[in-house]
Design a protein around this ligand. Sequence first.
Ligand code: APR
Length: 242
Amino acid sequence: MSDSIEIGSNDRVFVLTGAGVSAESGLPTFRDNNGLWNGYPVEEVATPEAWAEDAERVWRFYGMRRRDALTCQPNAAHFALADLERELEERFFLCTQNVDPLHERAGSKRLIHMHGELFRSRCERECGRGDFSDERIYQSASEIPRCECGGRIRPHIVWFGEIPMEMDRILDELDRCTVLMVVGSSGMVHPAASFVEWANRRRVRTYYIGPERPLNSVSFTQILLRKAGEVLPGIFRVSQSG
Ligand code: APR
């Protein structure tokens, strides 16, 4: 494939990003370490069952991730997507599986975190009251705050077995895009891994960008096997004609 993605005046671009887009900022991807997630088996920290069993361990894990994310900076890929949004305005939509805040730090605004946000917390009972910005690190069970309803405050993160956030809006945007671009996602976790199939039903152009083939690679019309930060700046050719 040529190293450019043409975007005409009638195009609407839907971008899905995964952990790979933040790799060049120094955040490890999930499946880097033999199926371990930052050193922990996923089922010990990222499931409702883990929370029920040991909330303190879950919070220690997310405290560690908060610490890592506080010090890292957006990379060239995040900035390239924010620049594209400025050009396309409402014809651009970004859905990220990442919980880090690097897209918004780079300037992205039309953005949904389908798996939640690292720097938010919410009530375990989903009472609708305890959902707030939160950079604190909780080390012990006694530090875990309570919502005014009495429920414990949990990470905002969507865990395995839970339903991703804002799926209605995401599906609406998928239904009207003409270009789908997936950046740095292994294609292993659904429903995000199915977005390319949904887009293919409407025969839109689909691109994958990342250094390795994702599990769902056969579904893409074009694949660019390179790092996001190297390839995204300068790849878009935005024109005023169709
Ligand atoms: N640029 C682009 N892609 C990269 C880069 C890079 N510099 N470095 C690594 N990658 C790619 C890897 O090749 C891999 O395909 O990023 C992908 C990361 O895959 P995963 O670690 O599986 O991350 P992701 O697909 O985002 O995981 C999805 O799974 O654990 C859950 O909820 C969690 O949101 C996460 C979801």
